[in-house]
Design a protein around this ligand. Structure first.
Ligand code: AHG
Ligand code: MN
Ligand code: MN
Length: 297
């Protein structure tokens, strides 16, 4: 089944149109990566040096989303202020996740949260979320609150339409993989102790340095991804609005749980657009175990 037909049958009209716009633009972003990997002099609101592909993907998705006339605003980790428009959906996005990995050709991603309220808003205001994985394949993984579904781009002549790959994806019962970001010597002791316990549980270390790529394999294999609290960065690195909450929404729809170390990521009421949080996401039992350990700090 092609994406447009699936969306017509299974998605609210506005989210269907936004998803179709993102799908089309994601192929343009993927095509542009080899030509836009240079470093720029500007920094983003999180103080990170921007790459040309960060800005290119940001501008391409802002244009694609605002031209639907369906978005009230598009907030991005690459922009100080949201781009505003006349629609009703507030979109928060990480237009290119993992851009520091472009030269090494690691998987990259784009993350989108569809909020029903003006931003910043809690993850409980999400009506849908989507992530693009740029890897061996380009896939869209998304949920509008009724299960998690996946499409893959397939070349047809000069175009790359998206074909159905799977519906109602669920985290497997058996947890197989784990991946923790940041450097181990910076982790708070409770995280280090939990991390060490995972090998004993028979899990395997699978880490590529891009949140989308690292989470994508947890969704397929079961386990846990974390960008944890660090001694010097107790609020972690990943942004609530643009990264943690949309992925937590999808993860919860797939039967998992995502925590900030004390409670559900989706309950955080971010006060600023670029607010960050420690993130523990994946199979519910493992996430609750590390939440238990960290919350006792
Ligand atoms: P972004 O490229 O959007 O800034 O995100 C990068 C994030 C995330 O993808 C990954 O999990 C994390 O940075 C890796 O951080 P370190 O390089 O500090 O390990
Ligand atoms: Mn990111
Ligand atoms: Mn990014």
């Amino acid at each position: 089944m092609k994406l447009d037909e699936f969306l017509r049958l299974n998605a609210p009209e506005d989210l269907a149109a936004l998803t179709a716009a993102i799908a089309k633009t994601s192929i343009d972003v993927w095509d542009s990566v080899p030509f836009k990997s240079g470093l720029l002099t500007e920094t983003n609101p999180s103080g990170e040096t921007q790459k040309a592909i960060d800005v290119y993907s940001n501008d391409a998705f802002v244009e694609a989303l605002t031209s639907t006339g369906l978005v009230a605003e598009v907030a991005s980790e690459e922009m100080e202020e949201p781009a505003s428009s006349k629609g009703s959906v507030s979109v928060a996005m990480d237009p290119l996740d993992g851009s520091s990995n472009v030269e090494t050709n690691n998987p990259l991603g784009s993350i989108f949260g569809f909020y029903s309220r003006k931003l910043p808003a809690s993850g409980r205001r999400l009506v849908g979320a989507l992530y693009v994985t740029y890897g061996t394949m380009v896939t869209l993984t998304f949920s509008f609150g009724k299960g998690v579904h996946r499409f893959v781009a397939v070349r047809e002549g000069g175009a790359m339409p998206f074909q159905l790959l799977g519906v109602n994806l669920r985290l497997p019962d058996k947890a197989e993989v784990y991946g923790f970001g940041g450097s181990r010597r910076e982790w708070v002791p409770e995280v280090a102790a939990f991390w060490h316990s995972l090998e004993g549980k028979g899990l395997r270390n699978r880490y590529c340095g891009t949140f989308v790529g690292d989470y994508n394999q947890v969704l397929s294999r079961g386990g846990i991804f974390s960008y944890p609290a660090l001694v010097k960065k107790p609020r972690g690195k990943l942004r609530v609005l643009f990264e943690c909450a949309p992925m937590a929404f999808i993860n919860e729809q797939a039967g998992g749980y995502a925590s900030d170390g004390s409670g559900n990521i989706l309950d955080i009421e971010p006060r600023a657009l670029a607010e960050t949080s420690p993130l523990y996401i994946g199979s519910a039992d493992l996430v609750r175990e590390v939440e238990n350990a960290v919350s006792k700090r």
